[in-house]
Write a protein that binds this ligand. Structure first.
Ligand code: PLP
Length: 417
């Protein structure tokens, strides 16, 4: 294993920020009481949870902290929204083909219980067609479940607009947003939208693993998914993960403070990385919209070579990246997101996601730009697609704007696919 760690896998998980670690430690040691206890030792913990609830409410612009329930993760938040449906006469769900498995595997199971799901298509940029969406809303649509930002490509869906369209066509349809990859990366202000529920995850915003949250707009009809005690005002049973909740509150506050920074410094680093890769590696191409996406993510295919091989070579150099969502990368299935976008088979297999955070430095980016071309050159030589690679190289030598030798002008096409 390499001595250094250059971490470009922040959509999989993030480093817990120092402020969150510091805040949670007393709740593992001297303040270990149960907030449901009658004695003051336990009861006092409740006031800290209250503060964390406010901090999370502030990050996503909820009107009241009472609209936040703490869960164990983003997956539980999605499950709570989808499994809590109350109207037995509404059995239609709308989602997209590119959702995270925490939505797709739930809809698949609900279908076995009599639900019908519409899976919306995306175009080659990974974007939704609003007209197709509008036409899919029916009188019996129980819920729309849509991610705000895609975990693999970073592409943003227009969820605020979609929520408005939904309520115009069917005011009773619930609108749930999987906000796991959007929170802390782009501004979110749920109170000014028609969104009913929004899920977020602690470990994606520099809090520890094992804690998440679900925003439930006041008055949203939803039955609890976790049954047991009366925690979270009866909406989510189970003794609270107090240290995790405290840390998530602090991490949410830190994320709010860093929001501008994420949108500027992190974006500049991401763009430098992406441009540098496209300039140096002829068989690199970016997947998904390069305009409409969160600032920290780039998904790049290295055509005609295997993503897993790239990851292993990068890992030997201490570089952590990913070939898809953390949950699917274990099974070597080609990305369902890229397939839905119509990315060619030979590019899907060589796709790598680089995801940055506020801890990413320019040195990290420079290190990848120094090492990655060597890795790809080496793997290109052992690719079974030698003829295709040669053709691609010839094609890329010519600037697509001017038809002259590559590098002749400053247009993006000189270096772009
Ligand atoms: C878009 C999206 N939704 C949900 C999740 C699940 O979050 P958690 O790991 O907290 O269960 C993830 C995790 O990768 C994600 O990227």
């Amino acid at each position: 294993m390499s001595e250094k760690t250059i971490y470009f896998d922040n959509n999989a998980t993030t480093r817990v920020c120092d402020e969150a670690v510091e805040a949670m430690l007393p709740f593992l040691t001297e303040k270990y009481g149960n907030p449901s206890s009658m004695h003051e030792f336990g009861g006092q913990v409740g006031s800290y949870i209250k503060k964390a609830r406010q901090q999370v409410a502030d990050l996503i612009g909820a009107a009241s902290p009472d609209e936040i329930i703490f869960t164990s993760c983003g997956t539980e938040s999605s499950n709570t929204a989808l499994r809590g449906l109350t109207n037995p006469h509404k059995k239609h769900i709308i989602t997209t083909k590119v959702e995270h498995p925490c939505v797709l595997n739930v809809t698949k199971q609900l279908e076995k219980k009599g639900y019908e799901t519409t899976y919306l298509n995306v175009n080659s940029e990974g974007e939704i067609e609003l007209e197709e969406f509008k036409n899919s809303i029916r009188p019996d649509t129980a819920i729309v479940a849509i991610m705000w930002a895609n975990n693999e490509t970073g592409v943003i869906f227009p969820v605020e607009k979609m929520a408005e369209i939904t309520k115009e066509k069917n005011p009773e349809t619930l609108f749930f947003v999987d906000g796991v990859q959007a929170a802390g990366k782009i501004p979110i202000n749920v109170k000014n939208t028609k969104i009913d529920m929004l899920g977020i995850s602690g470990h994606k915003i520099h809090a520890p693993k094992g804690v998440g949250a679900l925003y439930i707009r006041k008055g949203t009809p939803i039955t609890p998914f976790m049954l047991g005690g009366h925690q979270e005002r009866g909406k989510r049973a189970g003794t609270e993960n107090v240290p995790g909740i405290i840390a998530m509150g602090v991490a949410a506050e830190e994320a709010s403070n860093y929001l501008d920074d994420e949108a500027t410094r992190v974006k500049q680093l991401r763009d430098k990385l992406e441009k540098g890769i496209l300039e140096r590696i002829f068989n690199a191409r970016v997947n998904g919209s390069r305009i409409n996406r969160v600032p920290n993510t780039t998904n790049i295919s290295f055509e005609y070579i295997e993503g897993e091989l790239i990851l292993l070579h990068l890992s030997d150099l201490g570089i952590c990246a990913s070939s898809g969502s953390a949950c699917t990368s274990g099974n070597l299935e080609p990305s369902h997101v890229l397939r839905a976008m119509g990315v060619p088979f030979t590019a899907v297999h060589g796709s790598i996601r680089f995801s940055l955070s506020r801890y990413t430095t320019e040195e990290d980016v420079n290190y990848v730009l120094e090492k990655l071309p060597e890795v790809i050159n080496k793997l290109n030589t052992i690719s079974p697609f030698q003829k295709e690679l040669k053709e691609l190289k010839e094609m890329k030598r010519v600037c697509l704007s001017t038809g002259k030798e590559k590098g002749c002008c400053k247009s993006g096409n000189c270096h772009h696919n």
